[in-house]
Design a protein around this ligand. Sequence first.
Ligand SMILES: NC(=O)C1=CN([C@@H]2O[C@H](COP(=O)(O)OP(=O)(O)OC[C@H]3O[C@@H](n4cnc5c(N)ncnc54)[C@H](O)[C@@H]3O)[C@@H](O)[C@H]2O)C=CC1
Ligand SMILES: O=C(O)CCC(=O)C(=O)O
Length: 411
Amino acid sequence: MNALAATSRNFRQASRLLGLDSKLEKSLLIPFREIKVECTIPKDDGSLVSFIGFRVQHDNARGPMKGGIRYHPEVDPDEVNALAQLMTWKTAVAAVPYGGAKGGIGCSPGDLSSSELERLTRVFTQKIHDLIGTHTDVPAPDMGTNAQTMAWILDEYSKFHGHSPAVVTGKPIDLGGSLGRDAATGRGVVFATESLLAEHGKSISGSTFVIQGFGNVGSWAASLIHERGGKVIAIGDVTGSIKNNNGIDVPALIKHKTGGGALKDFSGAEAMDSKDLLVHECDVLLPCALGGVLNKENAPHVKAKFIVEAANHPTDPEADEILAKKGVVVLPDIYANSGGVIVSYFEWVQNIQGFMWDEEKVNMELKKYMNNAFNNIKHMCKSHDCNLRMGAFTLGVNRVARATLLRGWEA
Ligand SMILES: NC(=O)C1=CN([C@@H]2O[C@H](COP(=O)(O)OP(=O)(O)OC[C@H]3O[C@@H](n4cnc5c(N)ncnc54)[C@H](O)[C@@H]3O)[C@@H](O)[C@H]2O)C=CC1
Ligand SMILES: O=C(O)CCC(=O)C(=O)O
């Protein structure tokens, strides 16, 4: 099932549990605005190359729209739409005063030089600059983008609108980025995992973990799990997968990767087939890469007891049903990976106030937001007698519906 169909199906299920009016349901589902732009740049060798960029602004009932920009060959309008919709529910679950948006460019960032990526980012910004802004739509990093990408957007946007640090989050610290934003999504995933395991009388220390994706989210999650005494026994990325039943030395793996080594060449583990990664025996499975990786083909073979969705929409609804029947507990993306947007909110607040928080405050506040959201989701699960995904969806959708009704529709 494609990402948009899956996300909309989860939304409709939540809407039914909440008893929403069908007209309100329709209005919440349709995106506020969809932008598609052509971005042509000269390559370093002088030849021209064209890309398509997207920004979908899904909803702004609760505040400026917010969400990352992804550079990946599989970026397509349906997926960006689904990701934008997920952001609307995610910001509401996290109780940060934002709506939802997402953007992307269909490209392979690894095949472009740094100067080509810079040109592409600047052209994309030129095409969308009058539709984003500190109080309208605030981009951030996602797959294939990072703090440097945000710095280029900030610079290009500021040429049109004057210096505007709060127009993007996830910036370099030297340009007004927040301490702790780089680690925030992974740290939030770890706080979420701690809460989930505690509910089941378990802890990170003494549990085993399998992680798909070793980029920003996966590497920070692995590192913080390792720090807390958890055993990361298998990791995969786009280059391949590795395993070590005694536990992978995560700091050594990070050093290996920072030095330019491919994950699959790490000497402290043995290679494994990537198609076995998601079905490897473990306590907790963390998908931290692409969407739709857990589907009806592999879900029957999953051996993890818990799945914490660090990636966006890694589990399609058919897999969800199979996993539920097997008793696998799934902690949904719109809560599990919300640490990134929560600290993006802190960054935006710091930029607007012109004041910088220390990292301890950022991490402490992040924990508070994550714990509050977890308790609120549990409350919804009880009230609606539903699983954690529907607990999170009903929480988010209800908050957005209430804001929409309060604002009204009179022209
Ligand atoms: N960066 C952030 O703050 C947030 C990211 N997310 C989500 O987390 C996920 C990962 O994002 P980032 O870590 O930022 O991206 P990234 O670009 O830093 O890392 C992506 C990782 O996924 C791996 N990967 C790509 N294709 C793969 C494949 N076919 N099989 C296995 N691994 C593959 C890459 O090798 C890399 O290790 C995405 O779903 C993203 O939407 C969610 C919330 C916030
Ligand atoms: O930090 C942000 O604003 C958004 C992060 C994001 O794209 C996500 O949570 O999927």
